[in-house]
Design a protein. Structure first.
Length: 291
């Protein structure tokens, strides 16, 4: 547990409640929880309560950045065990709008990474996200569609985009993105910052560096890191059955946008979009764009 963080109290029957407390006032159960939970839940729930208004009023749209999101030792293990390009069936998503790699099969990952993947889909994280965002009825994605482990290797990039908004397998509306960055000693010249732009693509409103143990909602920039470095992150998306009337729109795959002065952004051509949108819909969309 991080210095100054609160202990977490739980009870599981009268026998546990009667455990002898040590000199620090913590029960054996509290000590066990503080050493095994992936995050300080008291801190997260307090943060959610104190920052709800900040989240919903943030510009250009609701978002927030949280440093020291998980226990450092838990995330250190993820960094150490992060799979190499040769050890995983990475999916390459390479076209004029992006150059990144992803993998989302927990059964093929080391236990340290599976642990974090499962925790970030847990009831505890859903409770935290609902309190922070005010969105009730959030549903995690056990399929990690479009999520899981992401890596931008040297020269990698992901243009500004609007994410796919519909989970075709679960038939749910996508509502929240959550990224946890894994990059220690990340230098500004490496690039790869997350950029949030206004809807007209005329002004960059917010920007965050992909620093270790930082949790943030995303729209990243190009990566120019050395050959022995890459920008690594864990990505999670959360859904609801329906959405408010003022947010309803047609379902779509990932829609890329260009910054001022950039080459024209691509159509819905990412590997992810092809997986989530039937080919006939993609082709129909292309034909409409040509008219």
């Amino acid at each position: 547990m991080e210095p100054g963080s609160k202990a977490i109290l739980a009870a599981d029957g009268a026998g546990i409640a009667a455990r002898i407390r040590g000199g620090d006032g913590m029960s054996a159960l509290q000590k066990d929880l503080s050493e095994t939970l992936e995050a300080d839940l008291d801190f997260l729930m307090d943060f959610a309560e104190n920052n709800h208004r900040h989240y919903v009023s943030a510009q250009p749209y609701p978002h927030i950045c949280i440093d020291n999101f998980l226990r450092a030792d838990i995330l250190n293990a993820v960094v150490c065990d992060f799979p190499s390009p040769e050890s995983q069936p990475w999916t390459a998503m390479v076209d004029k709008d992006q150059k990144k790699f992803a993998t989302n099969a927990p059964s093929r990952m080391p236990p340290s990474i599976r642990r974090v993947l499962y925790f970030l889909n847990s009831r505890e994280i859903i409770n935290f996200l609902e309190k922070l965002t005010g969105i009730e009825g959030l549903i995690p994605d056990p399929h990690y569609a479009g999520g899981g482990l992401h890596e931008l290797r040297p020269g990698g990039f992901l243009k500004i985009h609007a994410d796919f908004n519909w989970h075709t397998q679960m038939r749910l509306d996508r509502r929240i993105n959550l990224l946890v960055y894994l990059n220690k000693d990340w230098k500004p010249e490496y690039g790869g910052n997350l950029e949030l732009w206004d809807s007209a693509m005329t002004r960059k409103v917010a920007e965050y560096a992909p620093e270790f143990n930082r949790c943030v909602i995303f729209n990243p920039t190009a990566v120019n890191c050395p050959p022995n470095r890459s920008r690594r992150s864990l990505a999670f998306y959360y859904y609801t059955n329906g959405r408010p009337a003022d947010e309803v729109s047609g379902s779509h795959g990932t829609l890329f946008q260009n910054r001022p002065g950039e080459a024209t952004a691509g159509e819905v051509t990412t590997s992810l979009a092809h997986k989530l949108v039937p080919p006939i819909v993609v082709e129909a969309w292309r034909r409409l764009r040509k008219r």
